[in-house]
Design a protein around this ligand. Sequence first.
Ligand SMILES: [Cu+2]
Length: 495
Amino acid sequence: MVPGAALVEPPDLNTATPKELTVQLTAVQKEVMISGKKVLAETYNGSLVGPTLHVVPGQRVTLKLANHLGTSTNLHYHGMHLSPKGSADNIDLSVKPGQIQTYHLDIPANQEPGTYWYHDHEMCDGNGRPMPGMTMSPAPAKSPAPANVRCNGTESQIGAGLSGTIIVGDSRETLPPAYRGITAHTLALKDTQISSSSSIVYPDGVLEPAEPTVRLVNGQYQPTLTMKAGETQLWRIANEGYAIAYDLQLDGGTFTVVNQDGIPAAAPARAKHLLMPPGRRFDVLVTAGATGSTWLRTLAHKTGPDPFNGAGDEYPDTPLMKVNVQKDSGNAGPAATAGRPGMATSPQITGPLPGSHPDLSKEPIARSRSIVLNDDRGNNFWINGKLFDHTKPTFAEPATLGTVEEWTLTNKAQQNHPFHLHVAPFQVLSVNGVAQPHADYMDGVSVPHAVNGKPGKVVIRIRFTDFTGKWFFHCHITGHEDTGMMGYLNVIAAR
Ligand SMILES: [Cu+2]
C-alpha cells in the first residue's frame, strides 16, 4: 500500500435533502483498491467505506437494501432515534441473498445534528444460519430461514467492509456563527486484516482483533489532509470498524469536542486525545498552526491486563493520517493564530450547544437495572450469566415510555467491553465510582475490565421518550456480540 495520497471523502449516497428521499445500498462482494492494493471486500455500492447518507430531521427516507452477497445481511442505523419495529431500525429482519428489503426511516423532527453510522447487524446461530426468531425478508413474517441461507454474522460482515456514515443535518449550525462556514471532513476509521490471497472476506480473511491490522482513514492508508495555516476545521470522526478501539491524538494540537455520538455537547471541551471504542463518533474542531506537517495517530492502547491470553487486546501506536499545513492565501476563518508548525490549540467553545440533552442526574428514577458482562476469555460472552437468546428479553419487567431508568453496568471480565444501546442515547453518571460531569450523552460506553477481582462499573441513566418494542443492547466488539454478549429490553407505552 502506498501512503500519502490526498485524503478523499467517502462517496456521498445523496446530496439533496427533499422531504422524501429514496436511496439504495447494494451489498456486494467486490475487489476494491486500498491505496494501490487490490483487495476482495464486502461493500455497499462497491465502496469499502459505504457511501455517506445525508438526512435531515423530519425527513422520510426510503432505503432499499439489495443483498447481492452469498449470505444473509441486514442493516442497523447506529445511534439514530428510530423505531426498532416494522421496517425501520429493526434488526430482527434478515435479508436473504438476492432479495431487496425496503426500510422506511422517519427521521424525527428532533433528531440531533451529528454523525451516525450504518452497518450490518445480522444475527446467526452457532451453525452459520440466521438465528431462530429472525424475520426472513421479504415476508412472510416469521418464516424460517430456507435451509440454504448462510449467515456469517456482524463481525465478519463489518470486518469485510459493510459499514458507512450517516450525517444528520450539519452540526456546524450548532456552533457560534464564526464556525458555521468552516470546512468539514468526514474521517471514517476502519481497519483491515488482509489474507495472503488479498481478501478481507471471511473465512478467507484473518479476522482476529488481536492480530496486526492495517488502519485506514476513509479506506486509505495514511492519506494526507491539507489545511491552511491558522485554519479551523470540523472533523466528523467515526469508528466504523468491527472491533478495535482507537486512542486518537493530533500531534501538537488539541480537539474541541462539540458533538459526541450525534449529540451536541452540553459542555464542549478541549481534549488532547479521544478514546474511541467501536461505534464511537466525535465531531471536533481542530486548528492548524504555522506551515509544516504533523500526524493524526492512534496511541498505544490496551483493553485488558493480559492481551496474549484472552484478557484484552493490545494495539500499537500507529500514524493514521498526515496533516500538511500550507501558507494561508486568504481568509482562514476564526482563531487564525498561527504559532507552532503543524497543529495549534483548538478553540474554546462555550456550551450548552443547541440540541444538547438535559442532565438526568437529579431526575426521579422509575427503575434500576443491573447488567453484568462476563466472558470465559474464549468463545463465550455473557450478559447476566446468559448467552443471547433472541426469543427472551434480558429482563422480565419492561421499561415504560416517559420514565427514566438507572442501569449499573458491571464488567467482571478481564477485558473492556464497549456497551451499546439501540434507539436512544444515555448519560454516564459514574465510571468505577468516579462521578462524570454532565458534558455529553453517548450511545456506547466502554465498561472497564476487572482489576484484582474488583469488577469495572459504569452507571448510566436513560430517558425512554418514545418507541415501544425491543431495545437491543450489546458489546460492540462484534465478535463478542456474535457469540452471546447481547440482550434486549421490551419498552411499552405508559399504562
Ligand atoms: Cu465485548
